[in-house]
Design a protein around this ligand. Structure first.
Ligand SMILES: [Zn+2]
Length: 252
């Protein structure tokens, strides 16, 4: 099935720092996560270097094993079912590395369990848990089933990645001149990103999920003491992954 991709107008300035020099096209969702939609002329070279580093940590360090198992796109690597892949396991309390062919790599997607974003609730998040979504358990060999699978999860990298995706999506969907953004300093690492990321309110209409739907996003307006515009986001919805809310700023 092919779906028509939305065509966005070139922005003409960096959506992160405002620079008008050396602008390149920006993938809203990283290409390495199969994101195809592009916001033309919207990121300067300096900010591209910053966002590329975050995306690298997310898609290679945190979700590399998961993507290998899914055979996701990558500009630099092609996996075949026989490509050797490192898998970390804990056996009797000792962490060690096993080398397995990609066809046997368990797809473990790690997602945090978070309350609503602190910018809305006023309550800083001091503790959180993670949930593992193990996709292809039928492919696991016996030794893998017996051990805990270890994935390196970094909450700040996760939140900065979601902030970057949400900000780019808001710029594409509602236009850079139509809201006062709060996320660029978090994306660029000047302030923490967790403040803006969390679970949606309980009364929010859930985003669709299903086997064919990989990534789903929607712009949402939140009214309260302060009105915000944000993005509801469900990456890998086809694997039952949870929905997140990223607060992006205030509408003009
Ligand atoms: Zn920039």
């Amino acid at each position: 099935m092919t779906t028509a991709r939305p065509q966005y107008q070139p922005v003409g300035r960096c959506i992160y720092c405002g620079s008008k020099l050396n602008l390149s096209n920006e993938h809203i969702i990283p290409y390495a996560l199969d994101g195809l939609d592009v916001l033309p002329k919207s990121s300067c070279r300096r900010c591209s270097e910053v966002t590329s580093k975050i995306e690298g940590k997310l898609t290679q360090q945190m979700w590399g094993q998961f993507r290998a198992a899914l055979n996701s796109k990558s500009r630099t690597k092609k996996w075949t079912p026989e490509t050797p892949h490192k898998v970390s396991v804990i056996q009797e309390g000792v962490r060690r590395t096993e080398i397995v062919p990609t066809r046997n790599v368990p797809a473990v997607l790690i997602m945090p369990v978070l309350p609503m974003p602190a910018i809305i609730t006023g309550k800083q998040v001091t503790d959180y848990t993670t949930k593992n979504f193990v996709i292809n358990t039928h492919q696991l060999e016996d030794w893998q089933k017996q051990h805990v699978l270890v994935g390196a999860f970094d909450l700040e990298i996760f939140c900065r990645s979601l902030a970057k995706i949400a900000h780019a999506y808001l710029c594409a969907q509602i236009g850079v001149d139509n809201f006062k953004p709060v996320l660029p300093p978090a994306i660029l690492g000047e302030i923490g990103a967790l403040h803006f990321v969390g679970s949606p309110p309980e009364d929010a209409a859930p985003l669709p999920s299903g086997e064919d739907v990989r990534h789903v996003m929607a712009v949402v307006d939140l009214s309260g003491d302060v009105s915000y515009v944000g993005v509801l986001m469900r990456l890998f919805s086809n694997f039952g992954a949870p929905e997140f809310l990223v607060v992006g700023g205030n509408r003009n």
